[in-house]
Design a protein around this ligand. Structure first.
Ligand code: 3AM
Length: 178
């Protein structure tokens, strides 16, 4: 069985810049720079045969490279119970287009459709009952963060393996955009 998702890896330089910013919230579990990514489609647990079907469907996607810019910060979770802290993405019709193609391909391969709206983001920390004052300071202090634009020339099928320090993501296959 594999726990899969499709996403974008970040350029190492941008991941390193993000990593420098990641401190100052007690209790936050910061994502290691090599694990920073933008999820395009969470797929979940699948067996070997389904994984092969997904890989086949993703290989059929034809799309162009495009530029993407990261900007701003946000959180998921109700006020007082924020559980994820993330960096946002500048509006990108090309990213939305690629995401829609990936969604169709994954469904065509036999997986159930994703009901939730796509909210592009790069999670930088996971939190349980964060110190709200420090979280607020972090967001105010880093809210103008920007990175890129950088060229997106491929997307990737990742395996997510749970670990003590949080999940570790392994790239199984890259799909070039040409
Ligand atoms: O891109 P991020 O890190 O925000 O939270 C998981 C991670 O999101 C999310 O998929 C990404 C890669 O693991 N994820 C995990 N379980 C999920 C689920 N059941 C999920 N997304 C949707 N449904």
């Amino acid at each position: 069985m594999f726990r899969l998702f499709a996403g974008l890896a970040l350029p190492a330089g941008i991941a390193a810049r993000i990593n420098i910013m990641c401190s100052g919230i007690p209790g936050a579990r910061w994502v290691e720079p090599e694990n920073l990514h933008l999820t395009l489609r969470f797929i979940g647990e699948v067996d070997d045969s389904a994984a092969e079907d997904i890989d086949y469907a993703l290989r059929q996607i034809a799309d162009h490279p495009f530029d993407l810019k990261l900007e701003g910060l946000g959180t998921f979770g109700k006020h007082g119970k924020e559980h994820s802290l993330w960096i946002g993405v500048a509006p990108s019709p090309e990213l939305a287009h690629l995401q829609a193609k990936i969604e169709s391909a994954v469904v065509r391969s036999g997986q159930p459709a994703e009901e939730r709206k796509f909210t592009p983001h790069v999670t930088i920390a996971r939190m349980t009952r964060p110190d709200l004052t420090r979280l607020q300071h972090f967001i105010e202090g880093n809210g103008l963060f920007q990175a890129g634009p950088f060229r997106v020339e491929q997307f990737t099928l990742f395996e997510s393996v749970p670990g003590n320090g949080g999940p570790v993501y392994t790239a199984l296959e890259d799909y070039p955009l040409t």
